[in-house]
Structure formats: structure tokens, C-alpha cells
Design a protein around this ligand. Structure first.
Ligand code: TRP
Length: 331
């Protein structure tokens, strides 16, 4: 156990977690916790880079995220689970790294200009110092613990590449191999569409909440778009244009082929097919739902878990910060 290296990863606490987030990242973490030494952080400072104006939900979102992680099976003993802002060295190291990070590197991050453009016309103005510095803060997260591996999705690979450049530059400038170059750990994330077939996203209102009850699950599955050409049960359907089938492939792998064949033959109705899916999803998610309900009633316990994680993170952060400052002749 714990022989493959050290992982750091983070997630922004930005509202209720959905099943797409779970299948995309958290499910991988739950597996990785058995193979690596892991630091998992709820990155509330990152959330501020775009949601700085209205912070009224921030604490609540942090608590919800901790509940999601624990109910999914992340073990707070095995992993260091903590809130980014509880360890002040994240901010300190981000400031130090910001001194030497060229503006051009940051402006060139592909998602930078895209995201600003996406949010134009909304109440989020991202022409800020903090938003430009997002990748520097992320580099600080990873480097503070000298992490060697970072599980990331495709969307984060440019950020990780930038971290590697910042590492190389630091080690070169201060003539000391302080930091390892972190490697990406790609895992085949299962991509779940939203119930309407677009990307699952809160802003589209097409998500399935993580920890949904059987009733909530059925409500969402019931609404999933199916083959629009299929009117009657006996009409042959095309599973490839059906969202229900996409979900069967993820949650009901063994029966998915068989169901597709019945759909093509017009021998299974959409309602029945949806019932089968909802049942399957529920049997996979029922335990998580129960755990989530339980943990939601124990905010005191959640806070203890996060405080315990922060204590453990601080030990490592303080030790590494001392070495970083020494390399930079700061005392
Ligand atoms: N930028 C990541 C995201 O939006 C979150 C994050 C912050 C992160 N710090 C990190 C991920 C460090 C990996 C490592 O998903």
C-alpha cells in the first residue's frame, strides 16, 4: 500500500455535487486512495477566483462537498482531507510563485480567455488579478506537498503542464531540486450526459444530484430523452440516440447489449427500460444515499474531520515551506 507516490487533488466547492462529478473524478479518487498517499482538498480559495462577489453559500458548499466525499467512501484516516483556506501556506506559496511566473504563461492557458468570454454578460467579471492567477494557486497546492502525481481530467491538463513549468523554473533559478515534477494520472473517466443529452451541468438544469433518493432518481430517469422517432413500443428504436441507453452502458454494463437489442427489435418499451435503469442505479447508489443522509445530520463530526485533516496538512506544509523559503533566501 501507498507505494506509488503522493497525490494531490482538489475540487471547487461550487454547489451541489452531481452524478457527473462523481463518475468523472470522485469515483477515481476512491480507488486511488488504496494505491497512493493522498491529499484531497476542498479548494475554497479557487472558488473565490470566479465567485468572489457573493460568498453567502461558500461555507455551506464546503460542508456539502465534505459530506459528498465521505459518503462516496473517501477515508479521512487514510487520506488527508482538508479545506484549502485552513492551511495558510497555500496563499503564501502562491504569492511567492507569482513573483516569477511570466504573464504570458498565464494568458496563454487555453481556458483563460474562453472562460472570461463565456461569462461575459453575466454578473461575473473575470478580468481580475485572482482569476489570471488561478493556475499559480493550483501550482502552489500541488507543490506545497511535493506531490508527484495529480489525477486530472482532460480539462485540467494545461494547468498541470503549467505547474510543471513553474517547478522546473523554480528548481533551476534557486539551484536546488526542491520540487518533483508532478505527473498526470489519467483514468478513464466515464462521461455521463445530462438527462437531456447535453453535458451534465448545473447551469443547464439537467443533472442528477449525487446522493439522490430512489424517488429523485426516478424523477430524473423518467425525464430522460429517448429516440424521438419511436412513438409506439413496437416501433424499432435506435439506442445510439437514446440517453437512457448511455446510462445503461455505465450503470448496467452487463445487460446493456441485451437491452439495446430489445430496443432495436421493438420488444421493450421506454418506460420499462427506464424502470430497469432506475432500479440498477438505485442499487448502486442507495448506500451512498443513506450515508449522505446520516452525515448531513452530523455537522459537528464533519467539522472535526476537516480540522483533523488541516492539522495533518499543516505539518507537511510548514516543513516544505521552510525548505522553500530557505532556497529563496527568505527568513
Ligand atoms: N482546478 C481544479 C478544477 O477546477 C481544482 C484544483 C485546484 C486542483 N487545485 C488543484 C486539481 C490541484 C488538482 C490539483 O477541477
Amino acid at each position: 500500500m501507498m507505494n506509488k507516490g503522493r497525490i494531490f487533488s482538489g475540487m471547487q466547492p461550487s454547489g451541489r455535487f452531481h452524478l457527473g462529478n462523481y463518475m468523472g473524478a470522485l469515483e477515481n479518487w476512491v480507488r486511488l486512495q488504496h494505491e497512493y498517499e493522498c491529499f484531497f482538498s476542498i479548494v475554497d480559495l479557487h472558488a473565490l477566483t470566479s465567485s468572489y462577489a457573493d460568498t453567502s453559500k461558500l461555507q455551506e458548499n464546503v460542508m456539502e462537498m465534505a459530506i459528498d466525499w465521505l459518503s462516496a467512501g473517501l477515508d479521512p484516516e487514510k487520506n488527508v482531507i482538508f479545506v484549502q483556506s485552513h492551511v495558510k501556506e497555500h496563499a503564501e506559496l502562491a504569492l511567492l510563485l507569482g513573483m516569477s511566473t511570466p504573464l504570458g504563461w498565464l494568458e496563454r492557458v487555453p481556458t483563460y480567455k474562453d472562460k472570461i468570454r463565456d461569462l461575459e454578460g453575466t454578473n461575473k467579471d473575470l478580468h481580475t488579478y485572482g482569476f489570471l492567477g488561478y493556475p499559480v494557486l493550483m501550482a502552489a497546492d500541488i507543490m506545497l506537498y511535493k506531490a508527484t502525481c495529480v489525477p486530472v481530467g482532460e480539462d485540467q491538463s494545461a494547468h498541470l503542464e503549467l505547474t510543471r513549468e513553474i517547478v522546473r523554473r523554480f528548481n533551476y533559478m534557486y539551484k536546488k531540486e526542491v520540487f518533483p515534477e508532478p505527473q498526470a494520472v489519467y483514468s478513464k473517466a466515464k462521461v455521463l450526459p445530462g438527462i437531456d443529452g447535453r453535458k451534465m451541468s448545473k447551469s443547464y438544469g439537467n443533472t442528477i444530484p449525487f446522493g439522490a433518493s430512489a424517488e429523485e432518481l426516478w424523477q430524473q430517469v423518467r425525464m430522460m430523452t429517448t429516440d424521438p422517432k419511436r412513438i409506439k413500443k413496437t416501433d424499432p428504436g435506435d439506442p445510439n440516440v437514446c440517453i437512457v441507453y448511455q446510462f445503461h452502458k455505465v450503470f448496467n454494463t452487463e445487460e446493456a447489449n441485451n437491452i439495446a437489442a430489445q430496443c432495436c427489435a421493438g420488444s421493450i418499451g421506454c418506460v420499462q427500460c427506464k424502470k430497469m435503469l432506475a432500479e440498477k442505479m438505485n442499487s448502486m447508489l442507495a448506500d451512498i444515499h443513506i450515508k449522505r443522509e446520516e452525515l448531513s445530520k452530523k455537522p459537528g463530526y464533519i467539522k472535526e474531520v476537516l480540522e483533523y485533516g488541516a492539522k495533518r496538512a499543516r505539518v507537511e506544509a510548514e516543513k516544505n515551506m521552510a525548505e522553500i523559503k530557505a532556497a529563496m533566501n527568505i527568513w
